[in-house]
Design a protein around this ligand. Structure first.
Ligand code: COA
Length: 256
């Protein structure tokens, strides 16, 4: 495996993704985990949760090693007060940032240089209670936009909002400590993300508006949505620099 170095991330961020089975079923996955990860792995009651966990964390370790001269098993992580992991500063890889997301059947990991990132992947065939959930958790404007759509389009829009909202709270590193109705997304020229075989980034235009309760400016962030499989949709949040520029997102299928 060649090391690309973090400099390869100056003008792009990479969304590495893979079906869970490709990583979970390889004996190398468990061997890469550190003591804390193994303890978490053992605490899962169901085998499918164990598989997803070891696959996701093997993907993080192996992928980060493509950008820095640190072997996969040697990565160490620290967590902020909300549980967000980042690379231990003692490893001297300050610029390298990542965020992991995993769901039934799919793993994804956004990697970037010198800016905050967040990612979320969801199984869009899993849940059909869309409007109920939106009513309880989304911003009023998002609920109105969702309700205005024909029922057949609501599922797709629901998962667009859901993944975008998760990518944002994860990029902020605060998880559900941020009120989900305190920020609202608008999606213009929404691309039809109907199931298809080829993974791709969607080109719709996403903007974010923040209420005072989230203490942020929506234009500080750039968002990209992607379809990763016939079942899975993802969103990535990436911080813009002081001039308002953000790198483009490249999709890469992750292999061992
Ligand atoms: C923990 C949380 C940050 C993400 O949870 P999630 O969507 O279930 O899980 P994902 O697979 O996308 O992300 C999990 C990974 O994010 C990372 N993570 C954990 N806490 C984080 C935080 N505060 N900020 C950013 N990333 C975090 C970890 O790498 C974690 O992996 P691990 O659990 O295997 O160690 C949080 O947002 C949460 O609990 N969400 C609940 C889901 C929900 O109700 N969403 C409403 C959407 S509108």
């Amino acid at each position: 495996m060649s090391v690309l170095s973090v400099h390869s991330l100056i003008d792009r961020a990479v969304l590495h993704f893979a079906p869970t089975g490709e990583w979970a079923d390889d004996p190398r996955a468990l061997a890469l985990l550190d003591d804390e990860e193994r303890a978490r792995h053992e605490r899962f009651m169901f085998e499918h949760s164990k598989r997803e966990f070891r696959a996701a964390h093997a993907l993080v370790r192996t992928t980060l090693s493509r950008y820095a001269a640190v072997p996969p098993a040697a990565w160490r992580f620290v967590k902020n007060e909300f549980g967000r992991p980042s690379i231990d500063p003692a490893l001297g890889c300050d610029a390298l940032r990542f965020n992991l997301s995993h769901t039934d059947g799919m793993l994804c990991l956004i990697v970037a240089s010198g800016r905050e990132v967040g990612a979320d992947v969801e199984d869009a065939l899993r849940d059909r209670r869309t409007v109920d959930v939106a009513d309880r958790f989304f911003a009023e404007r998002e609920v109105r936009a969702l309700r205005a759509l024909a029922e057949a389009q609501q599922n797709q829009r629901f998962f667009a909002y859901w993944t975008l909202k998760e990518s944002y709270i994860k990029a902020r590193g605060m998880g559900l400590a941020l009120p989900l109705d305190g920020f609202a997304f608008s999606i213009e020229d929404e691309e039809d993300a109907r199931p298809e075989e080829t993974p791709r980034a969607l080109r719709d235009r996403v903007t974010l508006e923040c209420a005072p309760s989230v203490n942020d400016r929506g234009d500080r962030w750039s968002f990209t949505r992607a379809r990763l499989s016939p079942r899975h949709v993802a969103a990535v949040a990436i911080e813009r620099d002081a001039r308002g520029w953000a790198p483009s997102i490249e999709l890469q299928r992750a292999a061992w």
